[in-house]
Ligand binder design. Structure first.
Ligand code: FAD
Length: 356
């Protein structure tokens, strides 16, 4: 440790969620710092596969205060465009982001929280954790997985189909990443790709994109706020947004899901009916868990690796807010357009706490 510093609020994570929180704290006149483990702006968007595009147009993918400009020639912007937008956003609002700084642990220290990093410690009256999920890929347990001698990678390591030229590849997972990566590979004629899912994939109607999903999340929030029955949120509509490459691969008959295999062998996989297939690579598009290990010292863990919250506020530690991890930290809060609302609520509650 080289130092010990003080501020009113520490925001952990400088992706879109951390920036949205910074925007609202700044408006409320609160002092804060944003600590981000990456060397450059953009959070997880810096690490996605080459062909990834947003599932909503630019105008519907904006953080508070500043509309995302359209990307010339693209209705749905690519990840590089998002990275540029986030870099511009933090400059425009002069958000105090320190990089690269990794938070190792958050500890209670009398009336303050001590945020221990790989370079120094910060003391703050409140903390917002906005560390995302990209950094904790999830792989399910499948018998024989360790015996498989081919390549295994997760969504977070996939970049482009050319790497798999001439190979037999299995893509596992019935969500957006699985469908998009299977489509990316299937549209490249040099790859022999099989897409497997645990249950039949549920495509959203072709005219539904992120805009409609946001509307549904908003309606759900309104219903819950007014004490009406839960409308079920976006999951009730389906799992997979039919973005243009997914639609193309599906319409060309290249995107037909097969049931999940039941075990691995050294050179491939075996299905429930005992049939074996040779495989060179398996790409696990099986989701993420929230990256919360830095909060372990606070002892707040609830079910499924989540921390129980009321809105964004941790129930077991009212000085801690969690932002952007999924619907459990606010409807649509794990999206560009959705996180602003939860960030505003978190910042408002913290300003109130600081005044008290
Ligand atoms: P991140 O972008 O992950 O940022 C978190 C930051 O915290 C990172 O910079 C990380 O390095 C840092 N960090 C982590 N741990 C620490 C630590 N201990 N100390 C310091 N810093 C730390 N949303 C949309 O709105 N539209 C889309 O089209 C869309 N497509 C998606 C496609 C994919 C494949 C995925 C996975 C998600 C998509 N999302 C989309 C959802 C969401 O917008 C992104 O996941 C987004 O990156 C979440 O932003 P975040 O700021 O919460 O987390």
């Amino acid at each position: 440790m080289t130092g010990d510093r003080h501020t009113q609020v520490v925001i952990i994570g400088g992706g879109q969620s951390g920036l949205a929180a910074g925007y609202h704290l700044r408006r409320l006149g609160v002092d804060f710092v944003i600590l981000d483990a990456q060397s450059t702006p953009g959070g997880a968007w810096q690490h996605t596969w080459d062909s990834l595009h947003l599932f909503s147009p630019a105008g519907f993918s904006s953080l508070p205060g500043r509309l995302m400009p359209p990307q010339p020639g693209e209705e749905y912007p690519d990840a590089e465009h998002v990275v540029a937008y986030l870099g511009d956003y933090e400059k425009r609002y002069e958000l105090p982001v320190q990089r690269p700084v990794r938070v190792l642990g958050v500890h209670r220290e009398r009336e303050l929280l001590r945020v221990e990093t790989d370079s120094e410690s910060w003391h703050a009256r409140a903390v917002i954790s906005a560390t995302g999920t990209w950094w904790r890929p999830f792989l399910p347990a499948v018998p024989g997985r360790r015996d498989f001698e081919g390549v295994q990678l997760h969504t977070v390591q996939y970049r482009r189909p050319q790497v798999f030229a001439g190979q037999r590849v299995i893509v596992v997972g019935g969500g957006n990443s699985g469908a998009q990566i299977a489509a990316d590979l299937a549209l490249d004629s040099d790859v022999d790709v099989t897409w497997v899912t645990q249950r039949p994939p549920r495509f959203l109607a072709d005219d539904i994109d992120g805009r409609a999903l946001f509307d549904v999340a908003t309606a759900r929030r309104r219903a819950l706020d007014e004490g009406r029955t839960d409308t079920g949120g976006v999951a009730s509509l389906g799992d997979i947004v039919a973005v243009p490459p997914v639609r193309e691969a599906r319409d060309r008959g290249l995107l037909t899901a097969r049931p999940m295999f039941t075990r691995f062998h050294a050179d491939g996989v075996e299905s429930a009916d005992g049939r074996r297939a040779g495989v060179d690579a398996v790409i696990w598009c099986t989701g993420f868990r929230p990256a919360l290990s830095h909060l372990a010292p606070l002892n707040l863990r609830g079910a499924r690796g989540h921390i129980p919250t009321d809105g964004t506020r941790a129930i077991g530690e009212p000085r801690l807010h969690l932002l952007g991890y999924g619907d459990w930290t606010g409807p649509a809060s794990a999206t560009l357009i959705g996180v602003g609302r939860s960030a505003r609520d978190a910042a408002g509650e913290i300003a109130h706490l600081l005044r008290g």
